[in-house]
Design a protein around this ligand. Sequence first.
Ligand SMILES: Cc1ncc(C[n+]2csc(CCOP(=O)(O)OP(=O)(O)O)c2C)c(N)n1
Ligand code: SF4
Length: 480
Amino acid sequence: MKETIFRKPASFYDTYERKGGANPDVTHYCPGCGHGILHKLIAEAMDDFDINKKTILISPVGCSVFAYYYFDCSNIQAAHGRAPAVATGAKRANPNSVLISYQGDGDLAGIGGNEILQAANRGENISVFFVNNAIYGMTGGQMAPTTLVGQRTTTCPRGRSPENEGFPLKMCELISTLGAPVYVERVALTDAKHIMKARKAVRKALQAQLDGKGFAFVEALSACPTGWKVPADQANRWIEEMMEPVFPLGVYKDETAERAERQPVHVELSAEELVKALAIPTGEEKPSFERGKSWLRNPEIKVAGFGGQGVLLLGVSLAQAAMKAGYHTTWLPSYGPEMRGGTANCHVRISEERIGSPVVQESDVLIAFNGPSIEKFAHLVKPGGLILYDSSLVDGAIERSDVTVYGIPFTKTAEETLGNVRTANFIAMGAFIVTSGGLLDEAVVKSILPLVIKRKNMIEINERAIGEGMRLAREAMGTG
Ligand SMILES: Cc1ncc(C[n+]2csc(CCOP(=O)(O)OP(=O)(O)O)c2C)c(N)n1
Ligand code: SF4
């Protein structure tokens, strides 16, 4: 007698241990949910192709965020909508791995709408499995880009209206218009016949990737009884009657037979080109000055002012100079949407040791170009730290007796001595070189100017600005 053995695919874990102590014998999905069916089809294909050891599954944000508790393969959980971008990076770095981007409709067609189109358009050699349940399941049933016209959700309680919310986004139709994708099919996770078709589609998408043919996309119409508020046993009928007329099933594109294996062009830079591109100091260019003589040890620096004052450029220049001097360094900008006049600040870290985070909360140094920056950041300077501020723009005293404070007229000097207000930031740079006691060297700082200043005719005036800032700082310190 023929024996039929029902078992879980080996590409699933034996038990689904999850944080919080949920029952490890069952998944977290609701009864009647389509995610479990698609998971099973993928896991069975991974078994049959014997690829679980080399598969990297990118799980999305959404109900399937926990895919990593189920699939016994490498897993990465991506930020909402970013699975195709993460899959792109992982595949390019590991061309022999199999990349699966698993996404819901909010994730793929909503917040990640651009990521999926760009990855498809580049023809990345990845397999995308797209669960279209016409709703945001995990967050309680809000309208998704694929919500049907007239469908009621928590955010369109009177039903989706094309006038207000547009029409459902048809991803297979959109993606199949692009040149690069090799295989695009829409299936439904309903009855046995349709699930068998879905099974074939999953395998075809993985095979396309294994053959190096490029981007494959399988959309699965999938039940969300909880979000739809439809009993689980009626959910499949809902897919057939409501979803399939809007999202017709079928193959939208299949060029797997005629396409040749993709031959991505690898752009490799020689060591010399890389050193040049990244402005890494070479052996010969070793800085002539001695590191570690400054009283500042591994300083965390904040540079702040209005947009347009060159605050971010000063921060980049500090970081570039520090890198050239052989320090570890980071630069993190923070600015508003305005091109001019908004606030801007940046965080710079310069360290003899590797840096864990580029974020500067409390700084050792504050370089401030306006009053609001003093109000916002002066109290966050660590005791024993340094504040350099533009005395031509900041009124009033700085009430800190536990830090060293120098007010220097950056802007006034830029206008009156150098005849160009835009040099105020490099005057501040000069002041920093002196007041930091040799953390950075004048010659090293000047040598990075061609890297950071686009207009070549501005380099010489900024060199003079650095000199002027150094002179003013010595004067302020009483050493000039
Ligand atoms: C950046 C960001 N925005 C919003 C959310 C909230 N959020 C979590 S899941 C989700 C919707 C997921 O819906 P879908 O992709 O359709 O997957 P489903 O849960 O239906 O499987 C949203 C909006 C988030 N986690 N992160
Ligand atoms: S809310 Fe919907 S998509 Fe999420 S697990 Fe439940 S049925 Fe599945």
